[in-house]
Design a protein around this ligand. Structure first.
Ligand code: SF4
Ligand code: SF4
Length: 496
């Protein structure tokens, strides 16, 4: 199955002994010239790369105050050391969050602090060498930017932000990651990560409409580029294509149908994902986000609703107004943006849709909180809504729901192992090993409660789990979309 050993599922939790350097070989493919240049980065390692990198570090620490505070304030208390799923799954000490940060911090100290300039050995400061750069490329691509470590750090130091900065510095000297940069280029050229052009998208949606009608006898529309619709739905392109994502998309369509609200997808903004965040590039994140604004203006919609995608929701919830606002042309009655979970939850509360829970009686469910939703956003007006709303929608759609252990859910949730731009086959080993803590928590509810399926609201989590679950003895179709459950349970034709 693979040329590495899958970690053994243990009694949860066990903190492993360290094994130095065991993951030093793990590196993603480097982006070719064409993928670099379309994002405005040099095509290959520039001649004076050390100076360019140091200048960029200076620019970033000057621009992002938080980054400099994070680099200056670690007291080496060790609280974060056993909190990263990649350390727990690989045992490599450089996957401890504090050690990962130090790869960047030791260079920052050397060039930007008095002690590091004059007494480098005393403060653990080092020159930026090719060896250090190699370590950056390896270990900053073993961080899914999940922010779990920051929850346990008494100073709130966010390794994700350091990892984003390191990736941006590497892009600026010509050493970008193929997977992320190629995908961002596809969004610019075609509109989505999958490179699905408008005719193929239209064809796919037509096929889904036929599937729903064959299945239910009800004509439910999945409109594309429909001017004058009330709602623009921006969803990850995986929703158009892969299982179980596409079942979730059919769920959104059925909910809009029953609510009697006109909606549309857009071929121009046919991607909710925004990989600009993963590479730490504000400019690229902004360019991707602006397509949503352009589509909303062009179609004349009143609201924007995001589909099930974890980091897309973080970008939307936290940054969309700054990146692409103001959205003063939308209906001020609704939040900008809104999550599909808020929309469906609200309808359930108002009895605007009818759900027959028994339609999901073949499943016993648990729920995986996606990192970017859990630790970098909210849903609804109340704190913690991002934990409550998805669970309430699941419980309204099925009879059997069981949470995983408390220290693996909500704010303490473990990453799926494939986030932050790591969802590529060249990183399969780190993806499988990083999934270990989540798989152990899943095993717990499988044994305690006979759980058969895990629901999620993130395209990356769903793709990652479908791929790595078989390594741990679970079936690839035991991961489901939350709106897939809604789709199964919704009673069509009940509301007018
Ligand atoms: S942000 Fe997540 S992946 Fe990165 S070091 Fe922290 S816990 Fe690990
Ligand atoms: S928990 Fe925070 S202060 Fe403590 S070692 Fe980790 S990053 Fe440093």
């Amino acid at each position: 199955m693979a040329d590495f050993d899958t970690p053994e599922l243990k009694e949860y939790p066990v903190i492993p002994h360290i094994q130095e350097g065991v993951m030093a070989h793990s590196k993603p493919f480097v982006a070719k010239e064409e993928f670099q240049e379309q994002l405005g980065f040099p095509g290959e390692l520039v001649d004076n790369w050390e100076q360019v990198a140091i200048d960029k570090m200076g620019e970033l620490t000057g621009k992002y105050r938080s980054l400099q505070v994070f680099l200056d304030s670690c007291v080496k208390c060790g609280a974060c050391t056993d909190k990263c799923h990649y350390y727990l799954g690989t045992t490599d000490p450089k996957n401890m969050p504090v050690a990962r940060q130090d790869l960047f911090r030791k260079v920052y100290r050397r060039y930007f602090t008095f002690a590091g300039k004059h007494f480098p050995k005393l403060v653990g400061a080092t020159d930026l060498t090719k060896e250090v750069l190699d370590d950056w490329y390896s270990y900053f691509h073993q961080c899914s930017q999940c922010r779990r470590c920051s929850v346990y750090c008494p100073y709130g130091i966010d390794t994700a932000e350091i990892s984003m900065a390191a990736r941006e510095v590497m892009d600026c000297i010509g050493v970008g990651q193929k997977y992320c940069n190629e995908i961002i280029g596809k969004v610019y050229k075609i509109g989505n990560n999958l490179g699905l052009p408008q005719p193929a998208l239209a064809d796919t949606l037509e096929g889904l409409e036929e599937d729903i009608e064959d299945d239910t006898g009800v004509a439910v529309r999945l409109p594309l580029d429909e001017k004058g619709a009330d709602v623009l739905v921006v969803t990850p392109s995986a929703d158009f294509f892969a299982e179980p994502h596409v079942d979730g998309l059919m769920g959104y369509a059925k909910v809009f149908h029953e609510a009697g609200i006109s909606w549309t997808l857009s071929s121009h903004a046919s991607e909710a994902a925004n990989f600009g965040m993963f590479i730490g590039s504000y400019e690229n994140m902004r360019k991707v986000s602006l397509r949503i604004r352009e589509a909303a203006l062009d179609l004349g919609v009143k609201r924007i609703i995001f589909g099930e995608c974890g980091h897309a929701w973080r970008v939307a919830y936290s940054f969309l107004n700054t990146l692409a606002g103001p959205f003063d042309f939308l209906d001020p009655k609704y939040p900008v943006p809104m999550h599909i979970m808020e929309f469906t939850y609200d309808l359930i509360q108002r009895k605007g849709i009818t759900l027959d829970k028994s339609a999901n009686d073949d499943m016993r469910l648990t729920y995986h909180d996606s990192c970017n939703v859990a630790r970098a956003s909210r849903m609804g007006p109340k704190p913690g809504g991002q934990f409550v709303l998805p669970r309430e929608v699941i419980k309204a759609s099925c009879n059997h729901f069981f949470d995983m252990p408390q220290d693996t859910i909500h704010e303490a949730t473990y990453c799926c192992g494939g986030g932050g731009g790591l969802l590529t086959d060249d990183l399969m080993e780190i993806r499988v090993k990083g999934a270990l803590p989540r798989m152990e928590a899943l095993k717990h509810v499988v044994e305690e409660h006979g759980v058969t399926h895990m629901a999620a609201i993130c395209a990356i989590c769903k793709s990652q789990f479908a791929k790595v679950m078989p390594y741990y003895g679970f079936s690839m179709d035991s991961i489901v979309s939350v709106h897939q459950l809604v789709s199964n349970a919704i009673v069509l034709g009940n509301k007018q």
